[in-house]
Design a protein around this ligand. Structure first.
Ligand code: HEC
Length: 405
């Protein structure tokens, strides 16, 4: 019953999370796009004092949006004035709830990689929550220092610190939880940027405007820098949030290198998309980045360290089949609502839907793969497909499942 409720809440929170994120990311991309497409006023057009920064015309819905960006004059504060923050807050709140129902139940067992760590589940939850908080403090502090004016130094430093955190989590967490943890840290920093910088700074200059002072550019500049950070974090975070669907990446051995290629290439792609107004070869450069990133990740996946550390060829072959035949998509540790976690399943007691108890010996494992519908594990649907596997492949898969401790 408990897992059914968690499963259903997972559906609700995931849907709200996706909807809110689409609205937030959509806004972020559109605002940056408008910013880049503003046509600066000709000096003769408008007197400087009017504060016009640029204008833009956009065709939509059978008419033209004529848009102007200007500094606000204290004597003419427009009403109603729309603020944008709830898309971000809703994304974060639903994301936290989703994290709680998918990764934190069963005392956090879904976070851990039992083969690598002796950490307890509650300690893993502590590390996960703590990491989200500490990452925000580190990132925020770094970009409050003078380094914020030297993005070519500060951005790579931020990346190195993030990869160091990923390395740490990789000692304890399974692949699926690792990517999601990094995604959650970055995503939370994005919402914290909205909450602590963007909205606060806008509030500050609105307060000073209401008191009759002129529009203070300092606040807007700070808000805009964090907006830009959020803009560049969007693509990597979206990828990491979807990474649960990419078992090949989460079960790879050199996840930190993969993470590095992913973040760098996706930020580069976004940068190149924004550079199209002054860089003529932007499209070629995007294709180049895309192909280089695909090739680099392909090589990382194919390299020997990506495979399991065992030297037994049957287990190695089984490990490859487990991914190529799609077993990992359902069975990967962490995807426990879809299919049982196979870690430690060999020789364990299994309760079936008819209430009977069996020992998961070799014969049971073989039958579970060959004729999955015969014995259904309690709490799961008869959802496992019959795959066209040769006897040799089944032997290799059984050897691999047996090796999962
Ligand atoms: C579409 C999702 C899906 C895929 C793909 C899938 N399984 Fe399963 N598997 C399940 C579900 C659900 C169960 C639990 C119900 C049952 O016992 O059939 C299960 C049960 C099992 C069990 C028994 C586990 C236990 O705790 O007793 C084994 C072993 C197993 N699968 C191995 C594999 C292997 C190997 C592959 C790839 C060839 C694979 N599965 C592919 C969904 C899947």
């Amino acid at each position: 019953m408990e897992s059914e409720i968690a499963g259903w809440l997972g559906v609700v929170f995931r849907f709200v999370h996706v909807l809110a994120a689409i609205m937030w990311v959509g806004n972020s991309l559109l605002f940056t796009w408008m910013e880049l497409n503003l046509i600066a006023p000709k000096p003769a057009d408008e007197p400087e004092s009017n504060g016009l920064l640029g204008h833009l015309d956009m065709l939509h819905g059978g008419g033209v949006f004529h848009l102007e960006k200007r500094l606000i004059q204290p004597q003419a504060i427009p009403l109603p004035l729309h603020w944008f923050m709830w898309q971000s807050y809703t994304t974060w709140i639903s994301g936290v709830l989703l994290l709680i129902v998918t990764f934190y139940p069963h005392s956090g067992a879904a976070l851990l990689d039992a083969a690598k760590t002796t950490l307890s589940g509650p300690a893993a939850i502590g590390l996960s929550v703590g990491g989200i908080l500490v990452w925000w403090l580190i990132y925020d502090l770094l970009w409050r220092t003078k380094l914020k004016d030297r993005p070519l130094l500060a951005a790579p430093l931020t990346l190195v610190l993030l990869l160091a955190a990923a390395w740490f989590y990789n000692q304890h967490f399974n692949g699926r939880a690792l990517y999601l943890q990094i995604g959650a840290m970055m995503g939370s920093a994005m919402t914290a940027n909205v909450f602590f910088h963007i909205i606060q700074n806008q509030r500050k200059f609105m307060v000073s405007l209401l008191a009759g002072s002129p529009h203070d550019l300092k606040y807007g500049k700070q808000a805009k820098l964090r907006s830009l950070h959020n803009h560049y974090m969007t693509f990597p975070v979206l990828f990491l949030m979807l990474s649960g669907h990419f078992p090949q990446l989460s079960s790879a051995g050199n996840r930190i290198a993969i993470l590095c290629v992913l973040i760098v290439s996706l930020v580069t792609v976004k940068f190149l998309m924004n550079s199209r107004y002054y860089f003529r070869q932007w499209l070629v450069a995007i294709f180049g980045t895309f192909i280089a990133a695909c090739a680099a990740i392909g090589c990382l996946l194919a390299s020997p360290t990506a495979q399991s550390s065992t030297s037994d060829p049957a287990i190695q072959a089984g490990s490859r089949l487990f991914i190529s035949q799609g077993c990992a998509a359902c069975h990967q540790s962490g995807a426990s609502q879809l299919a049982p976690n196979l870690q430690g399943v060999f020789n364990s007691r299994q309760i079936l839907t008819d209430g009977s108890v069996v020992i998961a010996d070799e014969a049971y494992l073989r039958q579970s793969i060959k004729q999955p519908q015969l014995q259904i594990v309690k709490g799961y649907a008869a959802a496992m497909p019959v795959l066209p596997l040769t006897d040799e492949q089944i032997d290799q898969l059984v050897a691999y499942v047996k090796s999962l401790k």
